[in-house]
Each structure stands twice: as structure tokens, then as C-alpha cells.
Design a protein around this ligand. Sequence first.
Ligand code: SF4
Ligand code: FES
Length: 251
Amino acid sequence: MSEKGMNLTLKIWRQKDSKSKGQLETYPVTDISEHMSFLEMLDVLNEQLIVKGIDPVAFDHDCREGICGMCSLYINGEAHGPDRGVTTCQLHMRMFKDGDTIYIEPFRATAFPVIKDLVVDRSAFDRIQQAGGFVSVNTSGNTIDANAIPVNKHDADEAFNSAACIGCGACVATCKNASAMLFVSAKVSQYALLPQGKVEAKDRVLNMVKQMDLEGFGNCTNTGACEVECPKGISLDNIARMNREYLKASI
Ligand code: SF4
Ligand code: FES
């Protein structure tokens, strides 16, 4: 005997391209298992739309394992939806119940223009990382064994935690100022804490912050909303560290 699935009403942002004005459209979706992921539910919707001759909903995804940071959806007013510590692809339909209405919108920020429907252009993040430059590593054949460079446990752990940022952009989408400080500070911190990253540390923080401002992200006003919605638990401590690094580099 098959388990009866949920019937839901979806209010989804549809936008033809970056130039068009978008609007919310209403779609019913039927027979959704609570074991499905949110993206699998959207796959079912798209199959049902194609049968009806309607253009399927465009949304970003790649790994579907919480690694790539592509699945940028704003669900019922929260980046990555109502669960904590998960990306949209890790969100399960058991978080919803039969008869629910679910609002699905793209991440919204001036620096993340909508490309189509729920897909936004987050290449501003790539440009910030590129502005950070490289780490000098001697690859000439007499490379120093990594274990020969002592790193204290606290710094190694902190650098590892900062490096967990997947560049999803939920921090920007959640912030009322669309600030990218949590993301940029995680990327600055993962190098600033390690001896290998200290060589270019000054240029890195100055260039990344400069690029962040050029991209049109807002200012940080310490509301802390970004930390709450970050699927990887990136801490606000990173922002404080980046501010210290920036000050050190500026004087
Ligand atoms: S800091 Fe968190 S929310 Fe922001 S991009 Fe990184 S993983 Fe995503
Ligand atoms: S699809 Fe890769 S993190 Fe969600």
C-alpha cells in the first residue's frame, strides 16, 4: 500500500530574465513524500509543469549534498528555509505539512541580480576571492613538508572552521543591508590564521574589502542575522578578526 503524499500550494517567483519584472505565480503540487528533499519536490513540480506545457522553474543546484553552495533559495522568508544548519538541498519536506502554502523566492541583493526565476548571479563572490590573490607556495622541488611548519591547534581549528564557508550567499540574502561581511571575513580568516597565509595577508584583506565595496554589498550593522542563517555555522568572530586584520593592514 503506498503512503499518501502531501499536496502543497507553491508561490514561486517567476522572472524571464534580468531585465524583466518578476512576479509570484501560484502552482499546486501533488503527492509529495515527506522523505523528499526540497529540490526533489521542485523536480516533481517541474515534471508536472512540463506535462502541462508550462516553462519549468529555473533554480540553481549542483552537488545536492551541502557542499557547492549553489542552491540559493529563500523559502518562507528564510534563506535555505525553516531548518537550521542546512542548505536548501539538505532541507527535507518533513519540515512542511499537507496543505501548506510555501513561498519560494531567489536570494535578493543588488549585488546578486536575478538571471532567471530563482537563479541569481553570485559571480561578485568569485571576484572578491580573485581580488584576494594567491598564497606563495614554493613548488620548485624543495617544498617544505607541511608538517615541518608548526601551527597551534587553536589556530588550525579556527582556520578549518572558517574554510567551511561554501559561498552560498545566505548571509547576504538574510542581512537587511545585504552585507557580505560574513562571507568575506571567513575567506580572509582561513588564510590570516595560518603561517602560509600571513605573507600576503595585508594585501589580501585590503583588496578583498575594496572589491566587496565595489560590488555594491551593504555595510555590516552587527545585527547577527547572517550567523543565524549560515548553513555552515560561520561565526561572527570572523568579522571581528577581519576588522582587526583590516586595521593592521591600513596603518
Ligand atoms: S558565510 Fe555562511 S551563509 Fe555566508 S556564504 Fe559562507 S556558508 Fe554561506
Ligand atoms: S546543491 Fe550544492 S550545496 Fe546545495
